[in-house]
Structures are given as structure tokens and as C-alpha cells.
Design a protein around this ligand. Sequence first.
Ligand SMILES: [Mg+2]
Length: 170
Amino acid sequence: MFSYFYPDLYVSSVFKIPYKQLKEKHIDTLFFDVDNTLLPHGELAPTPELVKLFKKLKSMDFKICFVSNGQPSRVARFTKEMPSVLGNFSFSLKPLGFGVGRARVLTNSLPEQIAIIGDQIFTDVLVGKRKKFFTVLVKPQTNSDIWLVAAKRGAERVVLAEYKKHKRRV
Ligand SMILES: [Mg+2]
């Protein structure tokens, strides 16, 4: 019943994504959410592990954009410290398509070449489904969500419980 919202992949963090397998599926473009996906909410500085991961992704020739619903100034500061990010689209109003649409123009990628990676079903996964991207859900990197996000987590838990049952069956 909730299958529309199921991500193509569900992992504990961005470090657990099988990037090589994505490449084998001809996915060469990655749209990352920022808050709670790459950084705990409210953090600004990337960890050395994150910088290392992005260097690796660059060496694998991925085109990378940040597509965040966060504030432009915050995300811009973070982006500057990250290697190999082509574009930074904040205030992108996911699950609406504004930010991902602009990111797609910049990267000039087809929908089937794009993976969207984020921590929220009703923003990141949903916009990815609508745009026919490959969708990767990661566990939120902190539990302290802003109130609006916290309100959506209850509904996400329902969908995730169904998703896990469905995965056991297949
Ligand atoms: Mg997020």
C-alpha cells in the first residue's frame, strides 16, 4: 500500500552506499541532501571522512550536486569546504522539483543517470520517485530534527515498517 514511497536502496549512512554498483547501473550523477544526510542537523563543518569520500567519488567521475531545503548561506559554507561539488541548490522546496530541476540542467544528466540520496521519505525519496531517479534513503545522522521534520518522522516509521516487511518477502 505504501510501495510508492519505498526507496530503491536503504542504508545506514552515505558511507555504506555501493557507489561502484551505481556506476555499473550507469548512474553517474549524485544529488545529495545535506542536513541529516551528510551532516547532523545544525553542523557546518564536514568531517575528514566525508571529504575523503567525496575525493573518492570525484575520482570515480561522479557529477555531484547538493540539493537541500536548508538555508543558502549555511549550505554554501559547507559546499565550499567540500571537494568536487558542481552545484549547491538550497531552499529547493523538495518534494517539489525546483532544486532537482536546476541541478539536472547543470549536470545535463538523464533521470536514469541520477541517484538522489537523502534522509527523508516525504521529501528526498518522494521527489526522486516523481522525477524517476534512483532513490537512496539513509538513516538520519541525528535524532534532533526541527519540529516540521519531527512531525513527518511518525509517518515515515509506518512506511519503513511496511518496507522492511516487504523486503523480507522478496
Ligand atoms: Mg535532510
